[in-house]
Design a protein around this ligand. Structure first.
Ligand code: SF4
Ligand code: SF4
Length: 215
């Protein structure tokens, strides 16, 4: 999932200083799981805007905010509410916000959230980064993402600072290569740790902006 966190209202104040009316758009996918794009988040924002004498012309929750055509279709029934608003506020990740920018080029579009990372939710609303979308996944070999979870993104074994299984950058944590070794050990294939050295990584696959089309 894409992890997002709500911006401080103090920051949002700066963006809406000269604006009076707003349409609010949430997202039912990752932002809902994060509590940043669900009904509760929208109603909190609505209440805050109204308590600051701003007008909310309507709100909706996009099924999948990053899906441009689906969101466009869903928004067609809110055309009048959107026309009445000077500005659209989006409670999703940065991709969902840019869907709205593309669909309503003449209106200011304000992100309500900061987009943090691709990660997992361990406990309710407690998130951990797990993937940097490097474009060439080798979890089949390492079991754990060394690109993301090693502070130095060491790709072919631990760095010189490794000490007694711990990470030199954060000695409270295991070195990711210790964890990778343990995963292969549990799978009974620890010899692969030595066979499958990763070699140089093709970082051109991680260059932005990237595009992909299923053939
Ligand atoms: S190896 Fe690359 S694609 Fe796979 S989890 Fe790590 S960053 Fe993501
Ligand atoms: S000790 Fe391990 S996790 Fe820490 S920086 Fe070195 S290789 Fe990466």
């Amino acid at each position: 999932m894409i992890t997002t966190k709500k911006k401080d209202f103090k920051e949002i104040e700066r963006y809406i200083e000269n604006l009076e009316s707003f349409f609010l758009i949430g997202c039912s996918e990752c932002a809902t799981l994060c509590g940043t794009g669900n009904e509760e988040a929208i109603l909190n924002l609505k209440q805050w805007l109204e308590s600051n004498n701003k007008k909310v012309t309507g709100w909706m929750i996009a099924k999948t905010g990053c899906q441009i055509l689906g969101t466009k279709r869903q928004l067609s029934q809110y055309r009048k509410n959107i026309e009445e608003a000077q500005c659209i506020m989006v409670l999703s990740c940065g991709a969902g916000t840019q869907t709205i920018t593309e669909l309503f080029e003449e209106k200011p579009v304000i992100p309500v959230n900061d987009t943090l990372f691709i990660g997992n939710m361990r406990r309710f609303r407690e998130f951990e980064e797990r993937c940097r979308a490097c474009g060439e996944c080798f979890l089949a070999i390492t079991g754990i993402c060394v690109v993301t979870l090693c502070p130095k993104s060491m790709l072919n074994g631990p760095c010189g600072g490794y000490k007694e299984g711990k990470c030199e950058v954060n000695p409270m944590r295991k070195c990711v290569w210790t964890v990778a070794y343990e995963i292969l050990e549990k799978r009974g294939v620890v010899e692969k740790f030595y066979e499958n050295i990763l070699g140089p990584k093709d970082w051109s696959k991680a260059n932005s902006p990237r595009q992909f089309k299923e053939k």
